[in-house]
Design a binder for this molecule. Structure first.
Ligand SMILES: [Fe+2]
Ligand SMILES: [Fe+2]
Length: 378
């Protein structure tokens, strides 16, 4: 199961359940010039440590060239980021306000029509609470450790919710500046957060009632995750953040949907229902952010496709032509070639693992009282 993916809500996470610091980080790709120097590794780092005088001279020239390359790479990247924050570009996003009102806000559900965690869990005010809890625990008893660990990973990701709206509120043109702004963007951020809030609640309560977890360790992970926060590339670009959030909604829909399927097959119908219900919300959120990105593609295709190249994959990108700069066209071509490239990489990695006779490594996980799960460490 893709455990790592469940940790990566806002970027490439280095969160580990057993680590002291469960930090989210936002990956910065190699710059164009650094990449030219060797897959993002400056040429100097690849030079040999043993060398004769003439090699050393050549090498020091290479070092100087490498440094110049690196410096230029940094400048290129800063310029690229500044371009996303040009007032006219941000204005494009701001002007989507009436469109948001009409096409995205309706994807939120009202409180009246929303499910609540208590709909799917034993009611502590009822006489049958004890029996309902025993039934829940009996269902959870057959779920294997690796799925339990993925479930906690999904849950803590949801529980770090305070981090996510604060990430969106980092974006000047959409943020909820007072905490109760009436703009469509601000109402979307609050409405989306309120829907998300139920995900962590329902999963946390299920996990608590099931009796299969070391709750203190789980709770410590959540506290670390929120306390440590995440680093978002500054200056924040709405183009990149929306590409990212669209994908992370899809990732959570897949993760919760897979968990629903797996626990259902092992006889835990209650948990399957919980995870399936959360997955359905995530699909609706994915539709909203995909719609937003689709509109941004129409409004500023150059920024959108370049942001997409940065954040991976495509939305009908192959057909884009009008309005693209040279860099935008290169980004489009790069994106269109990605699926094949990723497939080839996966096949190679698989072949390598088979050749090396690689075995899974047992890793102890604090959330399940230090029992081990087998992980294929790359
Ligand atoms: Fe969620
Ligand atoms: Fe979501």
């Amino acid at each position: 199961m893709a455990l790592a993916a469940t940790f990566s809500r806002f970027g490439y996470a280095s969160c580990n359940p057993n680590d002291r610091a469960g930090r989210f980080s936002y990956h910065t790709p190699p710059t164009k010039s650094a990449a030219a120097a060797g897959n993002g590794v400056p040429a100097i780092r690849r030079s040999n440590s043993w060398r004769c005088r003439s090699t050393a001279t050549a090498s020091s020239q290479a070092m100087a060239a490498g440094r110049r390359q690196e410096k230029k790479g940094v400048v290129d990247e800063e310029e690229e980021w500044r371009s996303y924050l040009a007032p006219e570009r941000l204005e494009v996003v701001r002007q989507l306000e009436p469109w948001m009102e009409e096409h995205v806000l309706p994807l939120l559900k009202s409180v009246e029509e929303s499910w609540q965690p208590s709909d799917m869990l034993p009611d502590p005010a009822s006489d049958g609470f004890r029996e309902a809890c025993l039934e829940l625990r009996a269902g959870a008893a057959g779920v294997p450790d690796d799925i339990l660990v993925c479930l906690v990973a999904n849950m803590v990701t949801e529980e770090a919710l305070p981090t996510y709206p604060s990430g969106l509120n980092h974006l000047k043109v959409v943020r909820d500046s007072t905490g109760a702004d009436a703009t469509a963007w601000a109402r979307w951020i609050r409405g989306w957060s309120a829907e998300e809030n139920r995900h962590g609640d329902v999963l946390n309560r299920y996990i608590y009632l099931s009796g299969r977890f070391d709750m203190r360790e789980v709770e410590r992970t959540v506290q670390r995750l929120i306390r440590d926060g995440m680093t978002v590339h500054a200056p924040a670009s709405p183009f990149h953040i929306f590409v990212y959030v669209a994908f992370q909604e899809r990732a959570t829909a897949i993760a919760h949907g897979n968990t629903a399927r797996l626990v259902g097959a092992r006889g835990d119908a209650a948990l399957s229902r919980v995870c399936g219900t959360v997955a359905a919300d995530e699909k609706r959120h994915e539709a909203a952010y995909t719609r937003i990105m689709g509109k941004i593609f129409e409004a500023d295709p150059d920024a959108a496709v370049r942001a997409m190249a940065y954040m991976i994959r495509q939305w009908g990108v192959g057909e884009l032509a009008a309005g693209l700069s040279g860099e935008g066209r290169r980004a489009r071509d790069y994106l269109c070639a990605l699926p094949d490239k990723i497939q080839r990489m996966e096949e190679k990695a698989h072949d390598r693992a088979v050749k090396a006779g690689k075995k899974a490594t047992p890793i102890p996980i604090s959330w399940i009282f230090g029992r081990t799960i087998n992980v294929l460490v790359p």
